[in-house]
Design a protein around this ligand. Structure first.
Ligand code: FES
Ligand SMILES: [Fe+2]
Length: 425
């Protein structure tokens, strides 16, 4: 890859080709419950410093970090019924960005209606699936995709964050990289924590593009082309997520050198817990380094993070050597170029959804959908999971380190693993 293309595909600030493309999509930026716990949150997204808030009326707003009066930090703002008030001189802003009040100006010269002339930069926010989503692009905004798992019932959901100090694109390229499972997750883990034996090798790969991303299919020594690893595959979800049926991992670009990893995880509750309605989707942030400052390598997502940051703050793709295993990555880069061109020509890029009827449920390729959509006892789902090589319904969060005991308790109680108030497993 030429240096110019590396720069074009990685940089996300306003006015850059990729920055303009990514401004055509909604980005998850917080858990809904976070704003219930604390109604103001600092957010940095696509190189912009912003403040997310929940007004007392319940409306969500996302505004510039600095007040348009004299620049104080709106993250120290005061929540009002209709908006967020700067705590320096009391100017108050609606979620639309319109200035509603300027306490001293309104007294000193009310007829000037100075406030009518003042706006703070503001972006739309929507709530979906226990997360808050932001859109920084031109109007009319498309719809927040209603991915199929968001429509599932009887599930325990959680939202998990990690702060990753490198560029988003190398994280996303990992979403279309089947061979890393064999080495990074299977074989490396076996050497670190297991008996050291290597697992089945990959024999054949296939990559396909579809409207909402790219799919990889694989045949390993232990599977054939009747296996859902081949017939269904796994999805790199456009433009910056990885989809594996029961969970979605977004690689949200904070700026050119930082990524917010957000995982939305679904666990179907067992039959005897239905009907189950989750009142609040819990959230937590896991560490990426241990107390000695070493990268954590114990869990799947932590291993991925180690790979991503290991490639450098912004991976230098002028020095790489792509092989057959990387055909999907080459395909994805071409798709970004095509979508950048679409935006430059004033067209909608790939995967933008504007039809509410279609968005009632956006179906995706899901291996063993029945694991998440049918009623089973805990034992049945575990047995089926084991037979399909899914580690289903374990008492511990398998995917990333750091789940707090409070969330573990909610999960184990919801799943019927422990009675309410009992000791954790
Ligand atoms: S700086 Fe915000 S009101 Fe003055
Ligand atoms: Fe991985």
């Amino acid at each position: 890859m030429r240096a110019g293309q590396n720069e074009r595909l990685t940089r996300v600030g306003a006015g850059t080709p990729m920055g303009e493309l990514l401004r055509r999509y909604w980005h998850p930026i917080a858990a809904t419950a976070e704003l219930d716990d604390r109604p103001v949150k600092r957010v940095r997204l696509l190189c912009e410093d912003l403040v997310l808030f929940k007004a007392a009326s319940g409306a969500y707003g996302l505004v510039a970090r600095n007040c348009p009066h004299r620049g104080a930090d709106m993250a120290h703002g005061i929540i009002e019924h209709d908006g967020l008030r700067c705590s320096y001189h009391g100017w108050c802003f609606a979620a639309s960005g319109q200035c509603l009040e300027q306490p001293f100006e309104d007294v000193a010269n009310p007829r000037a209606r100075f406030r009518d002339k003042i706006r703070i930069t503001a972006y739309p926010v929507e709530e979906k699936a226990g997360m808050l989503w932001a859109y920084l692009g031109p109007q009319p905004a498309p719809l927040v995709p209603n991915w199929e798992p968001f429509t599932w019932e009887n599930g325990f959901r959680q939202v998990v964050f990690a702060d990753v100090p490198c560029n988003w694109l190398q994280c996303q390229e990992n979403s279309l990289d089947p061979v890393h499972f064999e080495w990074m997750h299977r074989n490396w883990s076996s050497r670190l924590f297991g008996n050291g034996a290597y697992g089945p090798t990959h024999l054949e790969l296939k990559f396909d593009e579809f409207e909402f991303g790219h799919i990889y299919r694989r045949v390993r020594e232990d599977t054939d082309k009747d296996n859902q690893h081949w017939t269904v595959g796994a999805t790199a979800l456009w433009p910056h997520a990885f989809f594996l049926g029961d969970h979605i991992e977004w690689r949200v670009p904070v700026d050119d050198e930082n990524t917010l990893s957000i995982t939305w995880m679904f666990h179907r509750v067992p039959k005897d817990r239905e009907p189950y309605v989750q009142k609040r989707v819990p959230y937590w942030t896991g560490p990426v380094k241990d107390e000695n400052g070493e990268w954590i390598v114990s869990h799947v997502l932590n291993q991925d993070i180690v790979a991503w940051v290991g490639q450098g703050t912004i991976a230098d793709r002028t020095r790489e050597h792509l092989g057959q295993s990387d055909r999907g990555i080459a395909m994805m880069r071409r798709a970004y170029e095509d979508s950048i061109k679409a935006v430059e020509e004033g067209r909608d890029p790939k995967g933008v959804i504007r039809d509410p009827e279609f968005n009632r449920c956006v179906e995706l390729p899901i291996k063993h959908r029945e694991l998440f959509t049918t009623s089973m006892s805990l034992e049945e789902s575990r047995a089926l999971g084991d037979s399909l090589a899914y580690r289903l319904n374990r008492p511990d969060y398998q995917h990333q380190i750091g789940q707090p005991d409070t969330v573990k308790r909610e999960y184990q109680e919801a799943m019927g693993m422990i009675p309410e108030g009992a000791d954790l497993i």
